[in-house]
Design a protein around this ligand. Sequence first.
Ligand SMILES: [Zn+2]
Length: 224
Amino acid sequence: MSISTLEEISCLCGEVFEVELLSAISVGDNPELKEALISGEINLAICPKCGQMFYAECFILYHDSKSELIAFVYPLSFQTQAAQCREKMYAEFSKAIANFEESEKKKINYEPLLIFGMEDLVLLLKAEQELEDEEMILARLAPALSLSVLKFAPALARKFSIPKVLPALKNAQGEADASSICEALKIVLKHNPNLTNYSKLYEKLSNNKNALDKAIINGGKKRS
Ligand SMILES: [Zn+2]
């Protein structure tokens, strides 16, 4: 589901024209819409006078149920009023949740994200897609290397800036800790050094074993 509105926008050249802009985007059951967004095709305006292409900024409510992501995207120019935007976001978020069915409410146990500008939304989605590609590779590679796979809920992983899928050493207690994850990452990266997101995490963990709190690790679900 998505909602579009007709908005009047102005180009730097002075031309004012109308464009149809999406103000609510729900990509849960519409992966094509997410693709279009990542390719920069959504809310892109082309000035009829000078041909300049730019993102037409309007408020967008972005929802991806599969990725557990609800983003309140304000126009870039609102960045100077970040505190007010945040306040408004929480007020509207709880209002929206209150109208949900009980079963739906339970599914949304994560915080909304505040974003300024279409470009930042597109960058976030692009980065998450690249990470997802690496996660898929890791999920296949880990068992082949006799490693365990830890899976995290998308919102939890986003909150702590970690991948949704982490490798761990198999051990008798069946418990994973930061050093077990670090060792497993080393093995994975030896086989595939191109997993840049995992390389970064490995570096971070090598420098600081406490970078992955035990509480975070316990939030993961162990597979195999
Ligand atoms: Zn123009």
